[in-house]
Design a protein around this ligand. Structure first.
Ligand SMILES: [Zn+2]
Length: 186
């Protein structure tokens, strides 16, 4: 008997990749030298591009992205000084300032979790999804609807107690609780 001579079907033929959209969303972190593009956006004097670059800096802890930009902070500051960045619930000018502080923090070699206490828009659930922190517990907070979350930095192990509140928008207050097992009561 000789083997059948029908056509060989490859059942594993490629279909549309359902992860493409997700991959595209993460493109700024996946592309090899993304800093150059972000820097061009920061220096473009176009509000939308500056804001997109700003949010990219908020979203990542990747030194390959942040460190080249950290060396350009003064240039970015000059190039963005006169742009009207707008902002509805919070001024994008202060958001941009925080993004630049974040670059400076990265450039100093300290852990990026050090940025959390100085900005109200770090959502611990999103930070956990990005594997920047782990939510390791909760603590009732009589002043808020949501219990505080106890978060541990995935990079340095520092712990924070994170309060969630509402004031025009949802905000989060990150307070370091290192070596402070006893919680203050009011
Ligand atoms: Zn840390």
């Amino acid at each position: 008997m000789i083997g059948h001579d029908g056509p060989v079907h490859d059942e594993a033929s490629a279909e549309a990749d359902p992860t493409l959209d997700a991959a595209q969303e993460q493109a700024p972190e996946a592309v090899a030298p993304p800093s150059a593009r972000l820097l061009a956006d920061f220096l473009s004097a176009e509000k939308d591009r500056v804001l997109a670059a700003m949010w990219a800096v908020y979203a990542t802890r990747d030194d390959e992205i942040l460190l080249p930009l950290a060396r350009q902070v003064s240039q970015i500051r000059r190039a963005t000084a006169d742009i009207d960045l707008g902002g509805i619930v919070a001024s994008h000018r202060s958001n941009l300032e925080h993004a630049l502080d974040r670059l400076t923090l990265a450039g100093s070699g300290r852990c990026l979790c050090g940025a959390y206490p100085s900005h109200p828009m770090y959502n611990p659930v999103k930070e956990e999804a990005k594997q920047h922190v782990r939510i390791v517990g909760t603590e009732p907070n009589p002043r808020q609807w949501e219990a505080d979350r106890i978060c541990e930095c995935c990079d340095c192990g520092r712990r924070f107690q994170v309060e969630q509140g509402e004031y025009h928008y949802t905000w989060w207050g990150w307070r370091p609780i290192d070596a402070e097992p006893g919680r203050a009561r009011r």
